[in-house]
Design a protein around this ligand. Structure first.
Ligand SMILES: [Zn+2]
Length: 241
């Protein structure tokens, strides 16, 4: 497996990184004219998107064609699900190769949120967005707070860079907005406000959860950890007197 392929494989381990937001950078710039390597990286990214869709559907996190999933190919391109596709049964034709500087209208309406994350953070290798139940319910209960603070949970350590249950992790919570270019800007400001404590993901109220990571496998680990932590938090808030 080439380095580019290793960087994009969904199942290649799950080592924690240590960088500011995500951990180690895994983006492998591809040389000009290296068509074979580029094709291989593209195919691997498409396979990783399909696999992430299958896993998200198994957990019932992407009902009725909702959600969208993307994997970085190189500095300027990503593989991302097309609008309206069944995420549990994706084929390569359902995955678009998108140029970050020339958005394709057949990508999801939420693609601008993915583009903004990849453009702003060279160390992001995959972005996964789901409409998972616990996160979505909690996002409405907590909407006025504008964030969900997690502390005291052992599972926090599944998030890159978090070393202890005693640390505080902040999941920014944005009001839903059908203008996703504006929403991407709102997300950028929310992250700037919680620098250093921000989770590798955010919530959109009444809508769902975004999570990312340096590789598809790390993004998946973050997504699963955040959905589980937010389900703990939902029950905890319900049960508190
Ligand atoms: Zn959505």
């Amino acid at each position: 497996m080439s380095p580019a392929a290793a960087a994009t494989a969904l199942g290649n381990g799950g080592a924690s990184g240590s960088g500011k937001i995500l951990g180690m950078a895994q983006v492998i710039p591809l040389g000009e004219g290296d068509a074979a390597a580029s094709g291989e990286a593209e195919a691997m990214a498409v396979r990783s998107v399909i696999e992430a869709g299958r896993r998200a559907a198994e957990r019932r996190w992407v009902p009725s064609t909702s959600g969208n999933l993307s994997v970085r190919i190189d500095a300027g391109r990503i593989a991302i699900t097309r609008s309206g596709t069944d995420k549990g049964n994706l084929t390569p034709a359902d995955v678009l190769i998108a140029d970050l500087d020339r958005p394709d209208p057949s990508a999801s309406a939420e693609a601008p949120l993915h583009y903004a994350l990849y453009r702003d953070h060279a160390d992001i290798g995959a972005v996964l967005h789901v409409h998972s139940p616990a996160s979505t319910v909690l996002s409405r209960l907590a909407e006025e707070r504008g964030e969900v603070r997690l502390t005291g949970w052992e599972l926090q350590k599944a998030l890159s860079g978090v070393r202890s249950h005693e640390e505080e992790v902040v999941v920014p919570l944005l009001a839903n907005d059908q203008d996703t270019v504006r929403l991407a800007e709102t997300a950028r400001r929310a992250f700037a406000a919680v620098d250093g404590k921000a989770a590798p993901g955010y919530l959109i109220a009444g809508h769902g959860l975004y999570a990312w990571g340096a590789t598809p496998s790390i993004a998946w680990r973050h997504l699963e950890a955040l959905e589980t932590l937010l389900s703990y938090q939902l029950d905890y808030e319900r049960l508190q007197p």
